[in-house]
Design a protein around this ligand. Structure first.
Ligand code: NIG
Ligand code: FE
Length: 400
């Protein structure tokens, strides 16, 4: 196992309350883990290292975690964007058979290599800004064969690229055309697919879209029951366009996260707090759909619900590929503090994926970290449209 020393850094560790900065900091990496983190002056005297890196005072944070993406799909929805600019709403387009369904058609028509090439390009764009852990949902296949294909592509990303990929099965994303008028039968089918997908090692978690234009709370519950019976954790697209009570339902099923949440009720906040469910806010979708209703950030704070931020990259509601921009949007739109925003894409993003071994700079954590061309961590949320990411280390290996 190799040991490396990273010194003369400004470490924003996030390992307690506040930024937890160490101004003249050092880290000792052993293999894939951080073995020691502290002030340069306190480095163990008898330390033997294989490599030493002088960071010249640069800022270091934990590697970024994008805990909600739909990275695998075919085609794009630029025409739908034009229709929305002319006044059509996201819901109207979905009800008319466009929206998610149009991406399902394009995804089914694409071959696996094409899907992988597209997803790889997108993942690389996120990685260039310091993303070291990425969640990827299925949900544009909507048949056993095509969902499996999308999840295989997601797994392949994690093998081909230096980052952790967590896969989420979102077969309950929309009703495919072959099940028109038979939503309950489709949910039965999804529940039957889960064991097969799990046996192929393709599923780390199960998600659903609980909404007027998608699935009801009762249908969502059936998907969750099937997932829980297999020991799979659940999460939910909840309260994005209306209050369906989905977040409370998900929290009662022990959900890792509820995502979107613009229409979250007090009851939903309480249920999430009681269950330790993470609130994943998605300012990219809020922006792109020109939503006006804000998620109840102060109520989430008051209740002690951990708040994460993610790109929600997808072709319909959030086609951007910048997690740093989400920090800025999380602050400007949702009034998060820059520190909350950074926690949202590190420690809380990791928690939304059920991962406790990353998201802070502390001994025992995975050595996933980013060296930035800025002096202080609040600048990461302040700027936008430029990329201050300088060096990226994943599991102890420098990869950018
Ligand atoms: O997270 N809300 C549901 N799913 C995606 C959008 C999917 C699409 O429009 O293609 C989201 O916003
Ligand atoms: Fe989403």
């Amino acid at each position: 196992m190799t040991t490396s020393l990273w010194r003369h850094a400004r470490l924003t560790t996030l390992a307690g309350t506040g930024w937890c900065d160490i101004d003249h900091g050092a880290m000792v990496v052993q293999g894939e883990r951080l073995a020691w983190v502290g002030p340069d002056a306190d480095l163990p005297r008898d330390l033997q290292v294989d490599a030493e890196h002088d960071l010249g005072g640069a800022l270091v944070t934990p590697g970024l975690v994008d805990c909600h993406t739909h990275l695998v799909y075919g085609g794009h929805r630029a025409r739908e964007f034009e229709l929305r600019l002319q006044g059509a709403t996201y819901e109207e387009i979905a009800r008319a058979g466009g929206g998610i369904r149009s991406t399902v058609a394009a995804t089914r028509a694409a071959d696996e290599a094409t899907l992988l090439a597209g997803a790889t390009q997108r993942a690389r764009a996120l990685m260039a800004e310091g993303v070291t852990t990425l969640e990827v949902k299925s949900g544009y296949g909507l048949s056993l064969e095509h969902e499996a294909r999308c999840l295989r592509v997601a797994r392949a990303l994690g093998t081909a690229l230096p980052l952790t990929v967590r896969t989420t099965c979102l077969a309950a994303h929309a009703l495919p055309p072959e099940f028109d008028g038979r939503a309950d039968a489709y949910i039965d089918a999804v529940c039957q697919w889960l064991p097969a997908l799990q046996q192929q090692g393709l599923v780390d978690a199960v998600d659903a879209f609980c909404e007027r234009i998608a699935f009801s709370p009762a249908q969502t519950q059936r998907v969750f029951d099937a997932a829980r019976a297999l020991g799979l954790p659940v999460k939910l697209h909840a309260e994005q366009l209306s209050d369906q009570g989905g977040a409370a339902l998900a929290a009662r099923s022990g959900a890792l996260s509820c995502d979107h949440l613009e229409w979250l009720s007090d009851d939903g906040v309480r249920a999430m707090a009681a269950a330790g469910t993470v609130a994943v806010l998605l300012p990219g979708a809020f922006y792109f759909l020109r939503e006006t209703r804000l998620p109840p950030v102060q109520a989430l704070r008051d209740a002690g619900v951990p708040i994460a931020l993610a790109s929600d990259h997808n072709p319909g509601s959030s086609p951007g590929l910048s997690l740093l921009l989400m920090l800025n949007m999380g602050c400007t739109f949702f009034r998060l503090t820059p520190e909350e925003a950074l926690r949202g894409v590190t420690v809380h993003g990791a928690r939304a994926l059920g991962l406790r071994d990353r998201g802070t700079l502390a001994p025992g954590q995975r050595a996933d970290f980013v060296v930035w061309n800025v002096a202080q961590a609040n600048e990461l949320a302040y700027g936008f449209g430029h990329n201050p990411c300088h060096r990226v280390v994943v599991a102890g290996e420098e990869c950018l």
